[in-house]
Design a binder for this molecule. Structure first.
Ligand SMILES: NC(=O)c1ccc[n+]([C@@H]2O[C@H](COP(=O)([O-])OP(=O)(O)OC[C@H]3O[C@@H](n4cnc5c(N)ncnc54)[C@H](OP(=O)(O)O)[C@@H]3O)[C@@H](O)[C@H]2O)c1
Length: 278
C-alpha cells in the first residue's frame, strides 16, 4: 500500500491518478474526503490533518511507500509525518521538493535543502523530486486576466512544468525499483518568461491579454499588503530575486527518461485548461 499526502493538491492529485493507472493500492491522507470526487471510491481514505499525530499514525499503518509534500513555510508538518512514518515502519519516502534545491542561494539552502535533509536523515530510503515552477502557477493571474485583461509580473526565464508530469514521475518512483537515493530535477520542455506565457494564454483564449513588468519589490509589497507572515515574504523575496537574476532557465530530460512520455508544453497545458480561464 502507498500513501499519498496532499492528494487533492497540484501534484498529489495526478500522482494518485497515475498510481491507479499502474494498478497500485493507494491510500490518501486528506482533510476533506469530499474534495477527492470520484477518486474517493478507488482509494483507501484516512481523514486527518498534519497537526493530528494520531491521524498520521493511522494513515501510515501498513504503508511501505510514502509520497510526502510540504506545507507552508515551517517544517513541523514534515517532521510530524516522518515521525509517524518511522513509528509505523514505512520503508521509502518520495519527497516533493523544488528545483530551488539545485540552485545556489538562500531560497534553496534555507527551505528546500533543509526539508530534504529531514527526509534523508530520518533513516528511510528516499527519492527527491525537484520540479521547477508549475505551469498551474499562472492560475494566480486569473482575476487579473478576467477583470483587467493585463498581467503584471516579474521578469526572468524558466521552463515551467506540468504537475501531471511531476505526478507521473512520482508514481514511477513509488512503484518501480531503482529510484532509491535519486534526486530528480524536473522541468517542462521549453524555456520562457512570464511575458511569453501571457502571449500563449492570449493566443489560446483568442483575446488580447497584456503584460506589464514589475519588480520583485512590487511583488513583496503586494504580499505584505495581504498580511502574509514574514517567513512567507522572505521566501517569496528569495524566489523572486533568483528569478530576476536569471537562475532558472534549466531544461532537463528527466520526465521523458522516467515516464517514456514527452513532457507537456505550456501551450498544450493552456489548451487543456482553457475552460478555467473563461
Ligand atoms: N508552485 C510551484 O511552482 C512549485 C514548484 C516546485 C515545488 N513546489 C512545492 O510544492 C509543494 C506544494 O505541493 P502542491 O502544489 O502539490 O500542493 P497544493 O496544491 O498547494 O495543495 C496542498 C495540499 O496539502 C493539503 N493540506 C494543506 N494543509 C494540510 C494540513 N494541515 N493537513 C493535511 N493536509 C493538508 C491540501 O489539502 P486540502 O484539500 O485539505 O486543502 C492539499 O491537498 C510546496 O512544498 C511547494 O514549495 C511548488
Amino acid at each position: 500500500m502507498i500513501l499519498v499526502t496532499g492528494a487533492t493538491g497540484n501534484v498529489g492529485a495526478p500522482t494518485v491518478r497515475k498510481l491507479l493507472e499502474r494498478g497500485a493500492d493507494v491510500r490518501v491522507f486528506v482533510r476533506d474526503k469530499g474534495r477527492l470526487g470520484e477518486v474517493a471510491e478507488k482509494v483507501d481514505v484516512v481523514v486527518g490533518d498534519f497537526a493530528d499525530k494520531t491521524a498520521l499514525r493511522k494513515a501510515m499503518r501498513g504503508i511501505k511507500r510514502l509520497y510526502l509534500h510540504a506545507l507552508g513555510d515551517e517544517n513541523d508538518e514534515i517532521a510530524a509525518a516522518l515521525a509517524a512514518a518511522r513509528d509505523e515502519g514505512v520503508a521509502h519516502v518520495v519527497h516533493l521538493s523544488s528545483l530551488s534545491a539545485s540552485m545556489p542561494g538562500p531560497a534553496a539552502a534555507k527551505w528546500f535543502l533543509g526539508r530534504e535533509s529531514l527526509v534523508a536523515d530520518a533513516g528511510f530510503q528516499w527519492t527527491m523530486l525537484r520540479p521547477g515552477f508549475f505551469m498551474s502557477n499562472v492560475m494566480r493571474w486569473l482575476p487579473a486576466i478576467r477583470e483587467q485583461g493585463v498581467v503584471r509580473w516579474i521578469p526572468g526565464r524558466f521552463a515551467p512544468v506540468d504537475t501531471r508530469d511531476v505526478g507521473a514521475v512520482a508514481a514511477a518512483a513509488l512503484t518501480e525499483p531503482g529510484h532509491e537515493g535519486k534526486v530528480y530535477d524536473l522541468t517542462g520542455p521549453d524555456v520562457m518568461d512570464s511575458k511569453m506565457q501571457v502571449e500563449i494564454i492570449s493566443d489560446v483564449l483568442g483575446r488580447p491579454v497584456g503584460f506589464e513588468e514589475i519588480s520583485p519589490d512590487d511583488v513583496i509589497n503586494g504580499l505584505r499588503a495581504t498580511g502574509a507572515p514574514e517567513a512567507r515574504i522572505e521566501f517569496a523575496r528569495a524566489v523572486a530575486e533568483s528569478m530576476a537574476s536569471d537562475q532558472w532557465p534549466v531544461v532537463t530530460n528527466t520526465v521523458e527518461e522516467l515516464t517514456g512520455q514527452r513532457p507537456c508544453t505550456f501551450r498544450q497545458w493552456c489548451i487543456d485548461h482553457v475552460a478555467d480561464f473563461k
